[in-house]
Design a protein around this ligand. Sequence first.
Ligand code: 5GP
Length: 134
Amino acid sequence: MGIFAKIAAGEIPSYKCAANDEFYAFLDINPMVKGHTLVIPRREVDYIFDMEDDEIARFQVFAKKVAMAIKAAFPCVKVGEAVLGLEVPHAHIHLVPMQSEKDMNFSAPKLKLSDEEFAAIAAKILAEYEKIAG
Ligand code: 5GP
């Protein structure tokens, strides 16, 4: 099993932001800004565009709810979405609360946050997600 599948299964720790039976969201460990979240299918698939139409549609609907939760927890102009997948071969959507375009610069130095800071950020997003998902 790959690292992100292990994270979704709870075998490797992560800062959980949202979850359902099929998908999982957690904080990127090298965030561009506070609230930078990754959304993944629990099932192992590398390339997002190999996903079946129904699955990718449900994936995007889940990501939308996570984006709404991020925006509620971290007020921003918009939540940006990006898919790269060059580093980890498990499909993942980056969701990034943006104040400006520079917040989506994947080449910029990343934030260094403490365990307590990561935990507090994830708890805020999860609380908002639970209000949205019901
Ligand atoms: P990409 O595949 O989209 O190019 O980059 C992978 C992303 O996953 C990076 O932003 C990196 O910081 C993040 N990442 C890689 N390994 C881990 C991990 O073990 N835990 C978490 N939370 N994020 C990771």
